[in-house]
Design a protein around this ligand. Structure first.
Ligand SMILES: C[S@@+](CC[C@H](N)C(=O)[O-])C[C@H]1O[C@@H](n2cnc3c(N)ncnc32)[C@H](O)[C@@H]1O
Length: 463
C-alpha cells in the first residue's frame, strides 16, 4: 500500500459508499474517501488529506461516470449541506441504504441469519419534508435566508427554492425574504454581542422555520428572533398570511441567548393559531413550533404501519413505547392493545403527547417524563410488565443501563425503530446475548437524497 502525498493528483475508481454518503475508492490498497464520488465512477482526484490508513480527495474531473450518476435537479447541490445524494439515481440510493443495514447488522451486530426485507422506497423522492429550518445570516443591508454550506457552519447559502419542501413552503420562504428585505429588518450578529458595550446593535432575525401539515395544507412560519419585537414582526406576519393563505400560524420564538439554536425561551403568537394540525394513521396531531413531529408524514405513516404489524397486537397486551417523543407510536398502538406506557425525556414532548391523546379521546396511555434508564427500572419495581416493547431511540441508541432494564423486563417482542444502523446493530447484538433473536429487519427510506437510514427490527425472546 503506497500512501499518496497531499496535493497529489491521481485516478481512482469508486467502488463503495461510506456511511455518510462519501465515495470510497482504493489506490494500490490505500483507501480514499471522495465526496461526490459514487460507485462505478472513474475520477481524477486531488488528495486533500493523507493519513496513515486512509485519506480524502476532491474530484478534479469525472473521467468516466458511473451508470448510476444522474443530473442533480437542485442548483445548490454540491455546496448545500442539505442533500448529499441527488447525483445518485434513486434505485441506487435505496440499494446503498439496504446494504448499509445488512453490513452493520452482520459485521457490527454479529447477527446470524435473519430476514432483511427489501427497503421501502419513498413515494416522493422530493418535496417530502413537512419541516425545514432556515438560518438568517448576512448583513442587515443584505440578508441571506437559507441552509449552511456543507461542513461550513459559517457560510449560509441564500436558498430561493428547496426541492425537499413543498411549493407552499417555498412560496412562504420567498415571501419571508421579500418582507425582510422590503422592511430592512436587521439580522442577528453573534459577533456584535461581544461589542455591545461599544454600542453595536446585535440585530433581530436568527432563523425561520417552516412547517406544513401535509394532510391538512396548514402551514406554520416560526420566526426565531433575538428580541420579543412583536411590533416589528406583527405586520410581517399579517402580510405573509395575506399573501399565502395556507399560513395558519405565524409565531415568534425569542432566543436571546448566544447559543445558535432555533428554539426560543418564549413564544408570541403573531397571526392565526399557535399550532397546525396533521393527520397520521387515523390520529390527529396538533403540532406547535417546538414540538417534535416526524418530518416525512407519508413515510412516517408507512413506518408506523410496519411497527404496528411487528407488534402483532391482539388487544390484551401492555405495550411500552420507549423514547416516545410526542407519542405518535403510543397513540397509534393504543387502539390495538390494553395499555401503553410512553417514556420520554423531553417534558415538552410529553406535554404534546398528553394533549394529542386527549384531543383524540385516547385514554389508555400513560406518558412518563424522564430518561429510559431511570424510568424503566422504576416501572419494573412498581410491578409493571409488558408483552411488547417498541423503542425509537435517538442516533446514540440505548444507554447500557436502559438496555439492561429492557432485558430485565423480558418482553416477548421488541420492535426497534432505528435511525442509525450502527447503534441498531450494537443494541440487537446485546439483546441477542439476553436471549433475543432478530426475526426480520425492514429498512424504510424516510429521507431520499440524504444518507439517513431508518429501519425497523422485530426481535423475539427465545423460549
Ligand atoms: C427518534 S425520537 C422518537 C420519536 C417518537 N417515536 C415520535 O414519533 O414522536 C427519539 C426521542 O427520544 C427522546 N430521548 C432522547 N434521549 C432519551 C432518553 N435517554 N430517555 C428518554 N427519551 C429520550 C428524544 O427527546 C426524542 O423525542
Amino acid at each position: 500500500m503506497a500512501k499518496p502525498r497531499r496535493g497529489e493528483s491521481l485516478t481512482v475508481t469508486i467502488d463503495d459508499l461510506a456511511f455518510g454518503g462519501e465515495g470510497v475508492g482504493r489506490v494500490d490498497g490505500y483507501v480514499l474517501f471522495v465526496r461526490g464520488g459514487i460507485p462505478g465512477d472513474r475520477l481524477r482526484v486531488r488528495v486533500t488529506d493523507a493519513r496513515a490508513r486512509y485519506g480524502r480527495a476532491a474530484i478534479e474531473a469525472i473521467e468516466e461516470p458511473s451508470r448510476d450518476r444522474v443530473q442533480p435537479p437542485c442548483a445548490y447541490f454540491g455546496r448545500c449541506g442539505g442533500c448529499r445524494l441527488q447525483h445518485l439515481a434513486y434505485p441506487a440510493q435505496l440499494a446503498f441504504k439496504e446494504k448499509q443495514v445488512r453490513d452493520c447488522l452482520e459485521r457490527l451486530g454479529g447477527l446470524g441469519p435473519f430476514e432483511l426485507r427489501p427497503i421501502l422506497p419513498a413515494p416522493e423522492p422530493y418535496g417530502y419534508r413537512n419541516k425545514m429550518e432556515f438560518t438568517v445570516a448576512g448583513t442587515s443591508g443584505l440578508p441571506v435566508i437559507g441552509l449552511h454550506e456543507a461542513d461550513r457552519y459559517d457560510v449560509v447559502l441564500d436558498i430561493d427554492r428547496c426541492l425537499l419542501q413543498s411549493d407552499t413552503m417555498n412560496a412562504l420562504l420567498a415571501e419571508v425574504r421579500r418582507e425582510v428585505r422590503a422592511r430592512g429588518l436587521s439580522v442577528y450578529d453573534q459577533a456584535a454581542e461581544q461589542r455591545l458595550d461599544a454600542g453595536a446593535s446585535r440585530g433581530l432575525l436568527r432563523f425561520v422555520t417552516l412547517r406544513e401539515g401535509r394532510r391538512t395544507g396548514e402551514a406554520m412560519v416560526n420566526i426565531v428572533a433575538a428580541a420579543p419585537d412583536v411590533e416589528t414582526l406583527g405586520p410581517v406576519a399579517e402580510t405573509l398570511r395575506a399573501r399565502v393563505p395556507a399560513a395558519a400560524s405565524v409565531v415568534l420564538n425569542v432566543n436571546a441567548k448566544q447559543a445558535s439554536v432555533a428554539v426560543g425561551q418564549e413564544e408570541h403568537l403573531l397571526v392565526g393559531r399557535e399550532h397546525i394540525t396533521e393527520f397520521l394513521g387515523g390520529v390527529t396531531f396538533q403540532v406547535s413550533a417546538n414540538s417534535f413531529f416526524q418530518t416525512n408524514t407519508v413515510q412516517a405513516e408507512r413506518l408506523f404501519g410496519i411497527v404496528a404489524e411487528a407488534c402483532g397486537l391482539t388487544g390484551s397486551e401492555t405495550v411500552l413505547d420507549l423514547y416516545s417523543g410526542t407519542g405518535a407510536i403510543s397513540l397509534l398502538l393504543a387502539r390495538r392493545c390494553r395499555w401503553v406506557y410512553g417514556i420520554e425525556v423531553s417534558p415538552a414532548a410529553v406535554a404534546d403527547a398528553l394533549r394529542n391523546g386527549r384531543a383524540n379521546g385516547i385514554e389508555n396511555c400513560t406518558f412518563l417524563p424522564g430518561e429510559v434508564r431511570h424510568v424503566l427500572p422504576a416501572l419494573l419495581r412498581d410491578g409493571v410488565r409488558a408483552e411488547v416493547v417498541v423503542a425509537d431511540p435517538p442516533r446514540a441508541g440505548f444507554h447500557p443501563k436502559a438496555l439492561s432494564a429492557l432485558a430485565a423486563l423480558a418482553p416477548e417482542r421488541v420492535v426497534y425503530v432505528s435511525c442509525n444502523p450502527a447503534t441498531l446493530a450494537r443494541d440487537v447484538g446485546d439483546l441477542g446475548r439476553h436471549g433475543y433473536r432478530v426475526e426480520w429487519v425492514q429498512p424504510v427510506d424516510m429521507f431520499p437524497q440524504t444518507p439517513h437510514i431508518e429501519a425497523v427490527a422485530r426481535l423475539r425472546r427465545a423460549g
